[in-house]
Design a protein around this ligand. Structure first.
Ligand SMILES: [Zn+2]
Length: 120
């Protein structure tokens, strides 16, 4: 049954189950190892979709590109770096611009973190 479920996005466990809440007729997927869970969904397949589409924040460039000119965190690949991460500026007219004008093979991106704010 759980072959169609991806591993847990938090702990990578494959000990995942589909639960159902019979009183409310709601379905959810949960991880037996770390207790991560989707919200309650109307159907079992909605719960599975919800579990399988949870991601780690990376957006593949094949899915979409950023819309604003600013810095993003990117994963890129080249001969020396099979899977490297760096900050890179994106401009919708020019694409990804590395500091030295080199073309980088960006495969995925995500927004930068918000800076730390000291509490008053
Ligand atoms: Zn887990």
């Amino acid at each position: 049954m759980s072959e169609q479920l991806k591993p847990c996005p938090f702990c990578s466990s494959t000990i995942t189950f589909i639960g159902d809440d019979k009183t409310e007729m709601r379905y959810y997927v949960y991880c037996a190892y770390c207790s991560a869970s989707t919200g309650r969904r109307r159907t079992e397949s909605d719960a599975i979709d919800s579990w399988n589409t949870r991601h780690d924040g990376w957006i593949p460039v094949t899915e979409r590109l950023p819309e604003l000119t600013r810095f993003y965190l990117v994963t890129y690949k080249d001969g020396k770096h099979p899977n490297a991460v760096m900050e890179l500026r994106f401009n919708p007219s020019y694409g990804w611009a590395s500091p030295d004008g080199e073309k980088l093979n960006v495969v995925a991106w995500q927004p930068m973190l918000e800076p730390y704010k000291e509490s008053k």
